[in-house]
Design a protein around this ligand. Structure first.
Ligand code: PLP
Length: 356
């Protein structure tokens, strides 16, 4: 026998170099993000009938969310420019990714998170990777305004998704979907918070289209949470609320990008309730074996809604991006599941509880 696998995955920058801004080899900072699976949904025919539904499972990135795709670009570029520190505002996953990639690059990371409402897994990552974690008395939108003010005058590089390199990295998610399928899907569903990701996917699909790699474009379907749906309502929301903390955002940084993706693709920006989000979250975990965080399930909740409304039909190919891993948010998982059964260490008693 011989080893046969050659050329293992080398991270999104090296894999998609021809489609990304130039970057010098020695600045590349990668944890081998990307190459996430496109999982075929098999057990939801009662809801979706005969359309083909696939899950782009971004929870399997190195820090457990799609933010790694943008962060490898933003941190590599910051390193190329000689920056010694990065800063971001975050609902959690951006801070986890920033902290990890800064550690890898030998840089200092400052992360501003809302005091309360940040999922346990995400906070522990930022702390463990050695970032300075600043919990501010305010929400994400307040944190982002502070970061903007600081980076205007001080030598720290902002790595929020208004940093254009974040969008550049994140568009590789769309490339991978096309590489896996051999074409672009009919519909692409995404949760929408700051709207960077929907902006990035649309950019990626368009780039492959212009390069003649694909000959169709998907309709982009963005879903906000009902209590944090500024784009749907058409105005900022002062006090956004949803248990899907990753999309609890009242004034999205890439608002225009989301509207552009919607109108150019003939898609929608719509909203789903927290109840619909939790239902989709549980459905994925219990029937498909895929554990994502609540915000991620807004994409599937959106697809369920669009199926009910007759928008999606048999024969369509539908991709839902699952933005982050379920382990990020153990509290919501525990609150959404039956409690473990406490039993004595006794075979007979256990068998009877098992129903034998
Ligand atoms: C950041 C994030 C989102 C929202 O993405 P935007 O680019 O801000 O729209 C959704 N889900 C998860 C898990 C995230 O971390």
């Amino acid at each position: 026998m011989q080893l046969t696998r050659k050329g293992l995955w080398s991270g999104i920058i090296r894999e998609f170099r021809d489609f990304l801004p130039e970057i010098s080899e020695n600045a590349i900072t990668t944890l081998l993000e990307g190459n996430t699976p496109l999982v075929e949904v098999e057990n939801l025919k009662d809801i979706f009938g005969d359309l083909r539904l696939l899950l782009k499972y971004e929870g399997l990135n190195p820090t457990g969310s799609f933010k790694d795709r943008g962060m490898t670009m933003a941190v590599s570029k910051a390193r190329e420019e000689g920056a010694e520190a990065i800063i971001c505002a975050s609902t959690g996953n951006t801070s986890a990714a920033a902290a990890a990639y800064a550690a890898k690059a030998g840089m200092k990371a400052y992360v501003l998170v809302p005091d309360g409402g940040i999922a346990l897994g995400k906070l522990s990552q930022a702390m463990m990777h050695g970032a300075m974690v600043l919990q501010i008395k305010g929400n994400f939108d307040d944190a982002l305004n502070i970061v903007k003010a600081i980076t205007k005058d001080y030598p720290v590089k902002m790595v929020n998704s208004i940093n254009p390199y974040r969008i550049e990295g994140q568009k590789t998610g769309a490339f991978e979907v096309c590489e896996h399928l051999g074409y672009a899907p009919t519909y692409h569903f995404l949760p929408v918070g700051n709207a960077g990701n929907i902006t990035a996917y649309w950019k990626g699909y368009n780039q492959y289209y212009r390069e003649d790699i694909i000959s169709n474009l998907p309709k982009m379907m963005g879903f906000q949470a009902e209590g944090a749906a500024p784009i749907v309502l058409g105005h900022p929301v002062d006090d956004p609320h949803t248990l899907a903390t990753a999309i609890k955002i009242g004034n999205p940084a890439s608002w225009e990008g989301a509207l552009k993706a919607k109108s150019e693709s003939g898609g929608v920006i719509d909203m789903v309730s927290d109840e619909e989000i939790i239902e989709a979250y549980k459905l994925l975990a219990s029937r498909e074996g895929v554990f994502c965080e609540p915000a991620s399930a807004a994409s599937l909740a959106g697809a369920i809604k669009m199926k009910k409304e007759g928008v999606l039909i048999d024969g369509d190919t539908v991709v839902c991006t699952l933005t982050g891993h379920g382990l990020k948010d153990p509290d919501n998982a525990m609150n959404s599941s039956p409690k473990p059964v406490k039993v004595p260490a006794d075979v007979k008693k256990i068998l009877s509880v098992m129903g034998f």
